[in-house]
Design a protein around this ligand. Structure first.
Ligand SMILES: [Zn+2]
Ligand SMILES: [Zn+2]
Length: 340
């Protein structure tokens, strides 16, 4: 089978690989695989766990090709499926408590073992979830990032709020914007420095503030009667955003940390005390979040598919990754198309 293999820092190559061993697993013929920010860290040699040679990709969809020996499942050959890529130990306290998504030894297909940037991948049966027959495959490749946002928004304690701000309009931030808008948030602000991303979001009807030309804190305070927003979603991973998020957020407001900061960032913790704010961490998703992300993506396919900016064959892998590291903020979601 054809596979895109990460071989060393800043290098992926197309290789011919034998089909993976299917004993105890389900073999999937991959249709589309998305590139995630964490795949970029792997590519750059910066991911703490990934070891070359590795087939990356944890955001993928395809059809069941074969059910491995010893697997009992209702799935059958030809079913359209998506994979919940989390691998957990089942023994640590987080797992025993039902929080397998924050397992102490959490692993991921495409990071800790081979993933979906190949014609075929073999995965554990409990990770394979059936898609509606008529679901568009390309849009379904976004279910994994949608699941992260579903999980994050569920962790916010307020169940009704009218104002929110999102910093960073990459795929994750834009998905959060779409979902917050659909949930009925009345006043939704977004912040983005990259012109193309800002323009993309404006076309989708969002109010985008450019922090290079506008003082974001006073802009939002002026429009919220001096109160700030009730919910702040950090999706940029930028220190500048961390520095102002407590100021932009209201008294007793909540701050959801959707992006992963690469380094410790300065936060005004005194504001957290004085305004009794809540900081909410978010890593991935439970399988229930993942299942709900399937139906959410299915029901809002038009809006969600607008996140996809590029489609490439895996033959272009090296060039695609190089383009992304040079001007990554201009691309939204980039997918590899495995079946033509
Ligand atoms: Zn991802
Ligand atoms: Zn565990």
């Amino acid at each position: 089978m054809k596979a895109l293999v990460w071989t060393e820092k800043e290098k992926v190559e197309l290789q011919n690989r034998p089909l993976p061993d299917t004993a105890g697993k389900i073999l999937i013929q991959v249709a589309y695989a998305g590139i995630c920010g964490s795949d970029i860290s792997v590519y750059l040699g910066k991911h703490p766990r990934a070891k070359a040679p590795l087939i990356m990709g944890h955001e993928f969809v395809g059809v069941v090709e074969a059910i491995g020996e010893g697997v009992e499942t209702d799935l059958k050959k030809g079913d359209k499926v998506v994979v919940d890529p989390l691998i957990y130990c089942g023994k640590c306290n987080a797992c025993l408590n039902g929080n397998t998504h924050v397992c102490r030894a959490l692993n991921l297909y495409g990071t800790d073992c081979d993933g979906g940037m190949a014609e075929y991948v073999a995965v554990a049966d409990h990770t394979v979830l059936k898609l509606p027959e008529d679901m568009d495959f390309k849009t379904a490749a976004l279910i994994e990032p949608v699941a992260v946002v579903v999980h994050g928004l569920r962790m916010i304690k307020k169940n009704f709020y009218t104002s929110a701000c999102i910093t960073g309009l990459g795929p994750m931030g834009l998905l959060a914007a779409i979902m917050l808008k659909n949930s009925g948030v009345n006043r939704l602000f977004t912040v983005e420095t990259n012109k193309k991303r800002a323009e993309h979001a404006r076309k989708l009807g969002f109010e985008v503030i450019d922090p290079k030309t506008e003082d974001v804190v006073s802009y939002i305070k002026k429009r919220t009667g001096g109160e700030g927003v009730e919910v702040f979603v950090e999706a940029s991973g930028a220190p500048m955003s961390a520095a102002v998020m407590t100021d932009i957020t209201s008294v007793r407001g909540e701050i959801l940390l959707l992006s992963v900061f690469k380094e410790p960032a300065a936060v005004d913790l005194r504001a957290v005390n004085f305004k009794e704010q809540i900081l909410v961490g978010c890593r991935v998703y439970t399988q229930l979040d993942f299942k709900d992300a399937i139906s959410y993506t299915y029901n809002h396919a038009d809006e969600i598919s607008a996140i996809i900016s590029h489609l490439h064959p895996i033959e272009d892998g090296q060039r695609v990754f190089q383009d992304m590291i040079r001007g990554s903020t201009e691309a939204m979601k980039v997918l590899f198309a495995l079946q033509q």
